[in-house]
Write a protein that binds this ligand. Structure first.
Ligand SMILES: Cc1ncc(C[n+]2csc(CCOP(=O)(O)OP(=O)(O)O)c2C)c(N)n1
Ligand SMILES: [Mg+2]
Length: 323
């Protein structure tokens, strides 16, 4: 880690912290009943989104999932625009018509969150085929969960990417659960990475709570894809700090599981501990980032609440996006 410049480390910390506080605040606001729709929070998994996206350029693509806020922030979506979108407001990133599960922003290469489990990887392969044909070395990363790895759509996407050598990075976030079902029960082989290997692509399995492990594995996979080496998969073992959706009572988890994971597996705590071990960046610098991030989230909530709802006259506009 000693090779990473200070401004990179502070940037990474700020991004992960922004995702964390965005989600912590949404958890509070949603329970007040002020936010329409259904919301899945990403807190706990920040090191995956940021480790992956830090290896991508703005004109590379990502395809997200129903649990997509972290992916959006990591790829550079405007936090205020996202908050307005989640509040269903006219000035939201998708004019308030997408909401939490359908945020997209082509300007930063974010092709969309996706409510269809296993729907993302085929879209990512399509994007990767297109950019591969354009020959510009651009790549597409597809995020998906341990639950999605059992979907036929994902198997087809893995196979097609290998056959066509499409520059796709399949990122599997194993947070241990698909809704309320444990991955140890639902993933027959217990091994997502092995499945991808069987389709003929290089795979790595990493600690998804460790930013550096994700970032470095992604660096190897991206370099290979840009160089014409085709797809790769990375399985990241991680944890989610909230329920499947906001309001999930989580009776399927041990009583102290979340508390233990917040104590021992928190990627932000681990990142800070690693910096301290290696005598990089003082705590005051990181605490100042915490303050900045909290102010940003406060501002984005205030602005979202103050911004107008879409006008009824717009109900049939922007229903389809033209790509
Ligand atoms: C095709 C399809 N089947 C089922 C669902 C219902 N569903 C929504 S999220 C989810 C669990 C997905 O689990 P995983 O892929 O591990 O992602 P995580 O929620 O853990 O991020 C399911 C089954 C859906 N949205 N789409
Ligand atoms: Mg899961």
């Amino acid at each position: 880690m000693s090779d990473y410049p200070d401004d990179f480390l502070t940037h990474v910390y700020r991004r992960m912290k922004t995702i964390r506080e965005f989600e912590e605040r949404l958890n509070v606001e949603i329970q007040k009943g002020e936010i329409p729709g259904f919301t899945h929070l990403y807190a706990g998994q920040e090191a995956v989104a940021v480790g992956v996206c830090e290896q991508l350029d703005e004109d590379d693509y990502i395809v997200s999932t129903h649990r997509g806020h972290g992916h959006c922030i990591a790829k550079g979506c405007d936090v205020g625009g996202m908050m307005k979108e989640i509040y269903g407001r006219h000035d939201g990133l998708c004019k308030g018509k997408g909401g939490s599960m359908h945020i997209a922003d082509r300007d930063v290469g974010m092709l969309g969150a996706n409510a269809i489990v296993g729907g993302g990887p085929p879209i990512a392969v399509g994007a990767a085929i297109a950019t591969g044909l354009q020959g510009q070395g651009r790549v597409t990363a597809s995020f998906s969960g341990d639950g999605s790895c059992n979907q036929g759509t994902v198997f087809e996407a893995l196979n097609l990417a290998v056959v066509l050598q499409a520059p796709t990075l399949f990122i599997f976030e194993d947070n241990g659960y698909s809704e309320h079902t444990g991955a140890d029960y639902a993933v027959g082989s217990k091994d997502i990475a092995g499945r991808c290997e069987a389709f003929g692509m290089p795979v790595e399995k990493v600690d998804g709570n460790d930013f550096f492990a994700v970032y470095e594995a992604m660096g190897r996979a991206v370099a290979r894809a840009r160089d014409g080496g085709g797809p790769s998969a990375i399985e990241c073992e991680t944890t989610r700090f909230f329920g499947h959706f906001v309001g999930d009572p989580q009776k399927y988890r041990a009583k102290d599981e979340v508390a233990r994971h917040r104590e021992n597996l928190d990627c932000l705590k681990l990142f800070r501990a690693r910096l301290a071990d290696e005598d990089r960046l003082d705590a005051a610098t990181l605490d100042a980032i915490d303050e900045e991030v909290l102010a940003l989230i406060d501002r984005s909530v205030d602005e979202a609440k103050a911004s107008p709802l879409p006008d009824v006259s717009e109900i049939t506009t922007d229903v389809y996006a033209i790509y």
